[in-house]
Design a protein around this ligand. Structure first.
Ligand SMILES: Cc1cc2nc3c(=O)[nH]c(=O)nc-3n(C[C@H](O)[C@H](O)[C@H](O)COP(=O)(O)O)c2cc1C
Length: 202
């Protein structure tokens, strides 16, 4: 079977979503996919970033992660998007990238791909599902095929978000269970995309 191209496109200010994105990349690679792990461009003013050491430090630590471009979306058979929750919505940095995609959308290049998403919030009831569902609005517009994790693996009953892997950053860094959930989500995306790709090629 021809390998699946997976783009993992994320924004992370202080590293939580980046950790989930890395776990998703591991899961997708282990499932046999070609993976591009890409951050979106930072747009916050330098003085806001430097006022928060964790933000400035993470930006520096991930300087070598390539920035997402439209070619990554074009290349991908499946895309996993990661974003922190910002007042119950995706971060503006990720939205800004998404809002550069009109040309691809207009030419039908975003349709029929598989999409899935993951997030982090500071508190347990801080808007994880609303953030993931908000991203889903865009996937509908693109004509995407949304593949959520649901409860398709025992790890989902421990980490518990059928909409997409989610972490409460206020509890500390993601646990091994949450990272496992991100790997599972990515594997499910790869497996589903592989079947679609093979079916279309037949
Ligand atoms: C402007 C702003 C809005 C936020 N809104 C929420 C929110 O609605 N609910 C919540 O639990 N956390 C909220 N947070 C906290 C972030 O979701 C949290 O810091 C983030 O998930 C950590 O991910 P990161 O380490 O990848 O940046 C907000 C943070 C900022 C800066």
């Amino acid at each position: 079977m021809e390998p699946v191209n997976v783009a993992i496109i994320y924004y992370s200010a202080t590293g939580t979503v980046h950790a989930l994105a890395q776990a998703a990349a591991e899961g997708a690679e282990k499932a046999g996919a070609y993976v591009r792990l890409r951050k979106v461009a930072e747009s916050a003013p330098p003085e806001a970033i430097s006022a928060k050491p964790a933000w400035a430090g993470h930006l520096q630590d991930t300087a070598d992660v390539a920035e997402a471009g439209l070619d990554d979306l074009d290349w991908a058979d499946a895309v996993l998007f990661g974003t922190p929750t910002r007042f119950g919505n995706p971060a503006s940095q990720l939205r800004a990238f998404i809002e550069t995609t009109s040309g691809l959308w207009f030419h039908g290049k975003l349709a029929d791909k598989v999409y899935s998403a993951f997030t982090a919030s500071n508190t347990a009831h801080g808007g994880q599902e609303s953030t993931l569902l908000a991203l889903g609005n865009t996937f509908y517009h693109w004509g995407g095929i949304i593949v959520p994790p649901g409860y398709t693996d025992p790890v989902q009953f421990q980490s518990g978000n059928p909409y997409g892997t989610s972490h409460v950053a206020g509890d500390g860094p993601p646990s091994e269970v949450t990272l496992q959930a991100a790997r599972h989500q990515a594997r499910r995306v790869v497996d589903t995309t592989a079947v679609l790709k093979a079916g279309r090629a037949a």
